[in-house]
Design a protein around this ligand. Structure first.
Ligand SMILES: Nc1ncnc2c1ncn2[C@@H]1O[C@H](COP(=O)(O)OP(=O)(O)OP(=O)(O)O)[C@@H](O)[C@H]1O
Length: 282
């Protein structure tokens, strides 16, 4: 299944946030959406999902304008993991995950034992079976994030859209979740994921889209697209991109801030203002 954005413009009321966004996502691909706070990542995601009216252009799902798909049809193929989610009722975790099955269940039917099994498998896959009977409103932000990912997996979507899926996860869970995302792409899911870390995009995405000043600054493979110069344009900081070889002899790229962390500076050799600046930014 393919998701295509054709010259999409989006924003709020009269206010334009993004324009001329054209992009294609195919099964088997992970696309990383990178950009500074407020550049429009969530706005784009909400516009794709029809949660925000578009201001121009088209969103095409398998070649058909998404406006011509019913919400039930969309829910059967597109999974969405929002940045934050506060449910109005204190549901049990398993019930939250079962909500992912809604589009597959007849309107007045209860979840079948097959649905419960799929929901339990999703919990198991993310190693959070221990949360099964906990109350969703009484677990941590990171745990909720994992539950939302389980809910999206239980939905068995063809396209998965994730808004900063690792934002409240600890270091280990970030790696586990992103590795899992990559595995899902291996099962032919098309995945669009906004993220704040270029290194995550290097490690887990096939393509990267850089958003800046309301447009796509560049898109392409992570290696070709994420450069120190473009990160400076995006985030306003100097970084060095360094290649390292891991123990499996695979080349990995890491981004190291430069200009802010300068242990080589001899504090005795610089002015008081420079010293204060260096110490403040150490
Ligand atoms: N409901 C809204 N009404 C009007 N403007 C909004 C609304 N929500 C967001 N904006 C504005 O739209 C712009 C893009 O916001 P958006 O949330 O898409 O950014 P983002 O890239 O997802 O940011 P972050 O990385 O901080 O999550 C920002 O200038 C923001 O202030």
């Amino acid at each position: 299944m393919k998701l295509k954005l054709d010259n999409l413009s989006c924003g709020y009321g009269q206010r334009k946030v993004l324009e001329n966004i054209s992009l294609e996502i195919n099964g088997g691909e992970v696309i990383g959406l990178l950009g500074a706070n407020g550049c429009g990542k969530t706005t784009l995601i909400k516009s794709i999902l029809g949660l925000l009216p578009t201001q121009g252009g088209e969103v095409l799902l398998d070649g058909k304008n998404i406006k011509r798909w019913t919400s039930a049809q969309i829910a059967r193929v597109v999974g969405y993991i929002p940045q934050m989610h506060t449910p109005p009722f204190p549901f049990e975790v398993l019930d939250v995950v079962l909500m992912g099955r809604t589009a597959h269940i007849n309107p007045f039917a209860s979840p079948s034992s097959k649905d419960v099994k799929i929901a339990e498998q999703a919990l198991e896959m993310l190693n959070i079976t221990y949360l099964r009977n906990r109350i969703y409103t009484e677990i941590s932000g990171g745990e909720r994030q994992l539950v939302l990912i389980a809910r999206a997996l239980a939905q068995e979507p063809k396209i998965l859209i994730m808004d900063e899926p690792t934002s409240s996860l600890d270091f280990g869970n970030q790696i586990k979740v992103l590795s899992h995302v990559k595995q899902l792409a291996g099962l032919n899911l098309a995945i669009l994921m906004s993220c704040h870390f270029p290194e995550h995009a290097f490690l887990y995405s096939n393509r990267v889209v850089l958003l800046n000043e309301g447009r796509i600054l560049h898109s392409g493979t992570p290696g070709e697209t994420i450069t120190a110069e473009r990160l400076k344009t995006l985030y306003g900081v100097e970084v060095e991109i360094v290649s390292v070889i891991n123990r499996l002899n695979k080349e990995l790229k890491v981004c190291i801030p430069s200009g802010y962390f300068r242990p080589e500076i001899d504090l005795a050799q610089i002015s008081a203002t420079e010293r204060n600046y260096a110490l403040a930014n150490y």
